[in-house]
Write a protein that binds this ligand. Structure first.
Ligand code: PLP
Length: 228
């Protein structure tokens, strides 16, 4: 089932990219496997997916153990508490959800200790929904600047969660906010950021239109999650 879903998704992505004049190769797909067991990830691996996103540290760590040696790149996409950083620092591929200086300082400290440089994205709350994590758009550049000064962290780009709505106009507004911040920072500072992580099952088409380079897709690949 994952293979069929993936084929359908890839066709959709390709069609959208052709329509808007983008290269489908410029878009990375993160399979969001939260709540699904390791067997479903095996299925996705067999279908050719390599990058998996999880929201909870413990769940991600358990699946990583179960799937050891498969060459999976694990993405931390959920809210990350500072006291959990130590459990993932050795192997996490990309942390999408750095949204405070305190969390960044912990990532820096643990990266130094682990002898590695950790790739992160700065999460921005573009929809200004109070229930969401992420730095306010107005404070994003200052946070990026400060995290970039940390020697063992590499800020690869920005991430946002679009509003939970079918209103494409509101989705577009949120993604455009992120894109504008991204372009502005890249114009002002040295080494350009390259990653714009935005777009989920319900809004990835709009995200692509607005310049997403990384989509985080769960439902369209694995089917609906049962309410936990
Ligand atoms: C769950 C989740 C996704 C995937 O959502 P779908 O609607 O299932 O595609 C993407 N990003 C984050 C941060 C998530 O928590």
């Amino acid at each position: 089932m994952v293979a069929e879903n993936l084929q359908y998704l890839r066709e959709n992505l390709a069609n959208t990219c052709v329509r808007i004049g983008r290269d489908p190769q410029s878009v990375d797909l993160i399979a969001v496997s939260k709540t699904f067991p390791a067997e479903r990830i095996e299925e996705a691996l067999a279908a050719g997916l390599t990058d998996f996103g999880e929201n909870y540290v413990q769940e991600m760590a358990e699946k990583r153990k179960q799937l050891d040696g498969r060459g999976i790149r694990w993405h931390c996409i959920g809210h990350l508490q500072s006291n959990k950083v130590k459990y993932i620092i050795d192997w996490v591929h990309l942390i999408h959800s750095v949204d405070s200086i305190a969390l960044a300082e912990e990532v820096q400290k643990r990266s130094l200790k682990a002898g590695k440089r950790t790739d992160v994205l700065i999460e921005v709350n573009t929809s200004r929904e109070a229930t969401k994590f992420g730095v306010a758009p107005a404070d994003a550049e200052e946070l990026v600047r400060r995290v970039r000064a940390m020697p063992d962290i590499r800020v690869r780009g920005l991430m946002t969660i679009g509003p939970f709505t079918d209103d494409r106009g509101r989705s577009r507004e949120a993604f455009r906010t992120l894109r504008t911040l991204f372009d502005g920072m890249n114009a002002r500072t040295g080494e350009p950021m390259t990653v714009l992580s935005m777009g989920m099952t319900h809004d990835y088409t709009v995200a692509l239109e607005e310049g997403a380079t990384m989509l985080r897709i769960g439902t369209a690949l694995f089917g609906p999650r049962s309410a936990a």
